[in-house]
Design a protein around this ligand. Structure first.
Ligand SMILES: CC(C)(COP(=O)(O)OP(=O)(O)OC[C@H]1O[C@@H](n2cnc3c(N)ncnc32)[C@H](O)[C@@H]1OP(=O)(O)O)[C@@H](O)C(=O)NCCC(=O)NCCS
Length: 148
């Protein structure tokens, strides 16, 4: 059952959230130090067309969501959810839904008619969460990487 939304708030992130964001990066499967996250937040501040929201429950960061948009030649301007994670202790209390809603609202405000997201095939609970919120699974992909 959801908590009363008054139990938490969603707001744009600040540099001083770096430690809590780093902890949650680990819970998302992307182990990151506080220093790495602080550096990334500073880099992000110089970019347009993205937003990082945090949820705060009882003064503690209970989740974060990152949304961004960039123009492409083959598709109309759309937004993409870069990451979404809720602290293990706070899952199932409505925080994820509120963060996703904030990302969607940012996308609408910035002229995007679609929000896309990519989710590892092993995250079956997250897939149910997204499908219940109106997201369709439109394709499967492989992810390639090359060290430069
Ligand atoms: C997926 C995730 C962001 C959902 O956030 P959350 O705060 O737990 O979700 P909410 O409480 O807002 O919403 C719960 C809804 O999702 C469903 N749900 C999905 N996973 C759940 C979980 N682990 N616990 C409780 N409910 C869950 C519930 O049935 C509920 O649906 P309903 O409101 O239609 O009944 C969160 O579980 C999470 O951080 N998971 C690990 C990281 C991850 O997989 N991120 C997504 C990467 S693409």
């Amino acid at each position: 059952m959801d908590s009363d939304p008054a139990d938490f708030l969603v707001r744009p992130s600040r540099l001083e959230d770096a430690a809590a964001i780093a902890e949650l990066c680990g819970q998302l499967g992307y182990l990151s130090t506080v220093e790495q996250v602080a550096r990334r937040l500073e880099q992000m501040a110089g970019f347009s067309f993205h937003a990082l929201y945090v949820a705060e429950t009882g003064g503690q960061i209970s989740g974060w969501a990152h949304v961004h948009a960039y123009p492409l030649p083959e598709m109309d301007f759309h937004a993409e959810l870069g990451g979404l994670v809720v602290a293990e202790a706070h899952r199932g209390s409505g925080v994820g839904k509120a963060l996703l809603a904030a990302a969607e609202e940012w996308a609408r405000r910035n002229g995007c008619r679609e929000l896309w997201l990519r989710s590892n095939v092993i995250r079956t609970e997250a897939h149910r969460f997204y499908q219940a919120r109106g997201y369709d699974n439109i394709k499967s992909q492989r992810t390639f990487r090359k060290r430069l």
